[in-house]
Design a protein around this ligand. Structure first.
Ligand SMILES: Cc1ncc(COP(=O)(O)O)c(C=O)c1O
Length: 424
């Protein structure tokens, strides 16, 4: 990219940012309103102004942690203040359960509140009745939050892990999983979208295949909620562990676990406490433990931060105000643009994210032969461009994530860095 274009991009980037900053002062009270339904950059600038995100930074790492809009932050703050002014606590949990159920296409009783994806995966990992030698299919693109619990279960109770390669297409991935199934397979536990290359797995087909073979399914849903429209009943999985702190734009340290109603009596709860049981008494002989809650409360317990949970409901309302279809189309358009431009940059570009439409969404991962991508990430950091280096499973690539607060100007700025550093 020539220097004048580069300067222009930088200027427009930061000019747009200062406009956004002025709007921040108004604390985005009015909200962005619904998407107008046509290509409209001015609308997305209005959306950007709903976030405190600094204009001095190009933040393309929503896949690690999302940023919340003022509506969420203010709601958490105000609710905490209210709780501490009047010495009360509560309400947010119920709001979160009903917001999440409608967001995910489930019944309210199928949702448990957790603090992150890892917690949900651990509940499934330890709650399923698996014996030594039973096989669990995972992939070679796992995050530690999914791999870690299974490696631990393998170590402590002898469950066998069968690691399949992700294919370059949805069809190939389905084929690889299908080939890995044996008479000992009890569970297929895979990411809906892996943290490594952002590929959307054919989860509906995987779940259907598993059901036909009497195999349970668990999906690591760290990334898709808030990025793609999701209907868990339609996908047909048994378990889905998600978080609200990436694309959902909710408070950090909030998540959920979906347990299909007909699997509630299969997945054993291993922690007791307030909310888990339907009645207990230590003065009877034998002691009374009536049973487990007939809801997702079977898997969470004790005092929670009600204000954070209320923030989940505000995040869902924020997304619904814009429109979930508009969000999905926007984040895909940004990533699609970036992917196409990267491929055009140089024949040595090793584009790892599949290009087929059904397999790509809001993340693009790439590397360049002979170039140290970790160094590139560090250089980007110096230039206030935040991206993720992916060392997992020796992939050693760069992952770029897009969300509704990103602009094409930011992507062009990033592309100019790729061009300069990697190919000059
Ligand atoms: C695919 C995937 N799974 C699991 C996790 C762990 O999520 P959490 O930190 O919410 O437990 C992440 C986090 O980035 C992830 O990308």
């Amino acid at each position: 990219m020539n220097p004048s274009r580069r300067k222009f991009l930088q200027q427009s980037l930061f000019a747009a940012g200062s406009l956004a900053f002025a709007a921040h002062a108004a604390r985005a009270a009015a909200g962005p309103g619904p998407h107008p339904g046509a290509h409209d950059e001015a609308y997305w600038e209005k959306v950007r102004a709903q976030f405190p995100l600094t204009s001095k930074r190009v933040f393309l790492n929503n896949g690690t942690i999302g940023v919340s809009p003022y509506k969420v932050i203010d709601s958490v703050y105000e609710d905490m203040l209210d709780c501490d002014t009047f010495g009360w606590h509560g309400g947010g949990e119920q709001e979160a359960l009903s917001a999440l159920a409608s967001f995910l296409g489930t019944k309210e009783e199928e949702i448990s509140l957790t603090h992150n994806v890892t917690e949900g995966i651990n509940i499934v990992c330890w709650g399923l009745p698996l014996a030594a030698g039973d096989e669990v299919i995972i992939t070679n693109h796992e995050h530690v939050g999914h791999a870690g619990p299974w490696l631990n279960r393998r170590k402590l109770s002898g469950v066998s892990l069968v690691v399949v390669d992700l294919g370059k297409t949805a069809e190939e991935t389905l084929h690889n999983i299908s080939k890995a199934i044996s008479a000992k397979t009890r569970l297929i536990s895979v990411p809906h979208i892996p943290c490594t290359i952002g590929q959307v797995l054919p989860v509906k087909e995987i779940c259907s295949l598993a059901r036909q073979r009497g195999i349970w399914t668990c999906l690591d849903g760290a990334h898709p909620p808030g990025m793609l429209r999701i209907d868990l009943h339609d996908i047909g999985c048994d378990f889905y562990a998600g978080c609200c702190h990436k694309w959902m734009l909710g408070p950090k340290g909030t998540g959920f676990l979906y347990v299909a109603e007909d699997k509630r009596n299969v997945l054993q709860a291993y922690y007791g406490g307030a909310g888990v049981d339907t009645g207990w008494d230590l003065t009877t002989n034998p002691f009374l433990f009536k049973g487990y809650a007939e809801s997702g409360h079977r898997y969470f317990y004790g005092t929670q931060n009600s204000s954070l949970y209320q923030g989940i409901a505000r995040a869902v309302a924020f997304q619904e105000e814009i429109g979930r279809q508009a969000i999905e189309e926007r984040v895909k358009a940004l990533s699609g643009y970036l992917q196409d431009q990267l491929i055009r940059l140089h024949p040595d570009m090793d584009m790892l994210t599949p290009q087929e439409q059904i397999s790509r969404a809001a993340q693009v991962s790439f590397r360049v032969k002979g170039r140290d991508m970790q160094k590139f990430q560090a250089r980007c950091q110096e230039k206030e461009i935040i991206i993720r280096y992916v060392p997992e499973n020796n992939i050693h690539c760069i992952r770029v994530s897009t969300h509704i607060y990103n602009t094409y100007a930011e992507l062009d700025y990033f592309l100019s860095e790729v061009e300069q550093f990697v190919f000059s």
